[in-house]
Design a protein. Structure first.
Length: 260
């Protein structure tokens, strides 16, 4: 493995002679099967040696999050500082992320004790269904389970029985999500879900119903939207699902349906 990643014989020898050889080889093979490139595998291999040193993995058993964070702080504060490193915050985040992945792979990551909530089994059943029957990716399942957890936790905090949740409650939860009025892009999901929206929207973009180009439905849908607007039905729906203070106007809605 190492002779395929590195060209320098001394580097190959150093990696081959370092502690936890089998554990490192197994993890690198796993990363390779997951699609990691040669350059990524070289970087991972170097980081694994750093983890062994800073986390004392030759003697320590399980490692918790606090130990990883402390080790990351020591690593980015080491002297002398590398001349080619400019973003130490990113380096710290990557240290923590990769250390957690490797320790989790080894079964040596001590997870924080979180009390099991009464809806946890429902999320687990949903995840099994999404994986086994729907064939969704792990990333997609993770995101959908997170949203489901937020929804169920909302009613658990209110001491409301889950069997009393209605379609109106689901509509209200969706409306709350829409009122975030923002899109988080270019951010790690684990960081993005912890953001809190404050204040008013900084911008307002038009939106509408999109159909294929030259669709026969465009004209009829636009007619329905115009009728709903004239009859005041849109105002009623906005007040019902978004609240009286919701500030989206008809200018935001645009002309209606668009044939693209």
């Amino acid at each position: 493995m190492f002779d395929q990643l590195f060209e320098c014989p001394r580097t190959v020898a150093r990696h081959s002679a370092s502690p936890l050889l089998e554990e490192r080889l197994h993890y690198l093979t796993h990363c390779a099967t997951q699609g990691s490139t040669r350059s990524s595998l070289r970087l991972i291999a170097q980081h694994l040696l750093v983890f062994i040193d800073y986390l004392h993995l030759e003697t320590a058993d399980e490692i918790d999050f606090e130990q990883i964070n402390t080790a990351a702080d020591l690593w980015i504060g080491r002297q002398p500082q590398p001349h080619n490193v400019t973003d130490y915050r990113y380096g710290r985040m990557r240290f923590i992320s990769e250390a957690k992945h490797w320790l989790g792979f080894l079964g040596r990551l001590r997870l924080p004790q979180v009390p099991r909530r009464p809806y946890t089994h429902m999320i687990e059943e949903f995840a099994d269904y999404a994986s086994q029957e729907r064939g969704l990716s792990r990333h997609t399942i993770r995101i959908r389970c997170w949203y489901l957890e937020q929804f169920l936790d909302r009613y658990w905090q209110q001491d409301r029985p889950f069997n009393e949740i209605s379609i109106v409650d689901i509509d209200a939860a969706i409306a709350d999500q829409v009122q975030g009025e923002t899109t988080v892009s270019g951010a790690d999901f684990q960081q993005a879900v912890n953001l809190e929206f404050m204040g008013n929207s900084l911008s307002s973009d038009q939106f509408g119903v999109v159909f294929p180009k030259d669709s026969d439905l465009v004209e009829s849908v636009n007619k329905v939207l115009q009728d709903l607007r004239a009859q005041g039905v849109l105002d009623t729906l906005i007040a019902r699902y978004f609240g009286a203070d919701f500030n989206v106007t008809y200018n935001d809605i645009g002309l209606g349906a668009y044939g693209q």
